[in-house]
Design a protein around this ligand. Structure first.
Ligand code: PGA
Length: 255
């Protein structure tokens, strides 16, 4: 019902030349995988070459961040219209943006609205810290992040968004959340928040990824959970075995 989506978040890795070499090396295999949407999210400066290299494929391209304003005195930022020639997705509110660049729920909401206005599909990241997890605050915190990010959207706009549930303690640590825990948070907390704010229909339309040390060996277990619609992948998206991760996703989905 919901097409799985695997997105590679390259973070601050690969020069434009390296990015081009990499996508040239994987595009043929990646493009041949059916029934899964795959997306690569390189750094800003690699977007033009990567989008050009992928233009005759169905592989999507995404940015990792975006400003919500159209233009202006915002040194170092990229506006939506600067991105739309090269990509159709944008990762918003990643926990690294929230932690190192002080992004708030309110700012993430502004970015979500700006992305939608410009026809970009936001991949909205939410997830709790280890302290919050251990204190039993995951549900209220993650539910609150979802509510804030989706504030002011119509049902149709909400349905088009993608959410990545990424427990902060699982990112880049090799310590992934169990598929049962991730599926419970996604199914009950995240879809529950969407059902309350919009409708059960919207809650069932939105694609929700798991993120946090996802790799080719564990992706099958996440995909076996009916509420998990793919993954936002950091470290494992930088290597050729990203293709294996997407292939495994396709094989589990079809079962
Ligand atoms: P990871 O990163 O797969 O390296 O844990 C995921 C992310 O930050 O999106």
């Amino acid at each position: 019902m919901r097409t799985p989506i695997i997105a590679g978040n390259w973070k601050m890795n690969k020069t434009a030349d390296e990015a081009l070499d990499f996508v040239r090396s994987i595009r043929h295999q990646l493009n041949s995988v059916k029934n899964v949407d795959s997306v690569v999210c390189p750094p800003f400066v690699a977007l033009p070459v990567v989008s050009d290299a992928l233009k005759s494929t169905k592989i999507g391209v995404g940015a990792q961040n975006m400003h919500f304003m159209e233009k202006g005195a915002y040194t170092g930022e990229c506006a939506p219209e600067m991105l739309t020639p090269y990509c159709s997705y944008v990762i918003l509110g990643h926990s690294e943006r929230r932690a190192y660049f002080a992004e708030t729920d309110d700012l993430v909401n502004k970015k979500v609205k700006a992305a939608i206005t410009h026809g970009l599909t936001p991949i909205i990241c939410v997830g709790e810290s280890l302290e919050q997890n251990e204190a039993g605050l995951t549900d209220s915190f993650v539910g609150g992040q979802v509510n804030a990010a989706f504030d002011g959207l119509t049902d149709d706009q909400a349905s088009e968004c993608i959410i990545a549930y990424e427990p902060i303690w699982a990112i880049g640590t090799g310590k992934s959340a169990s598929p049962a825990d991730a599926g419970r948070i996604i199914g009950l907390t995240i879809r529950g928040a969407l059902a309350n704010k919009f409708s059960e229909h919207v809650a069932q339309q939105v694609r929700v990824q798991y993120g946090g040390s996802a790799n080719p060996s564990n992706i099958g277990d996440y995909m076996a959970h009916p509420d998990i619609d793919g993954a936002l992948v950091g470290g494992a998206s930088l290597k050729p075995d990203f293709v294996d991760l997407v292939k495994t996703t396709a094989s589990v989905y079809q079962v």
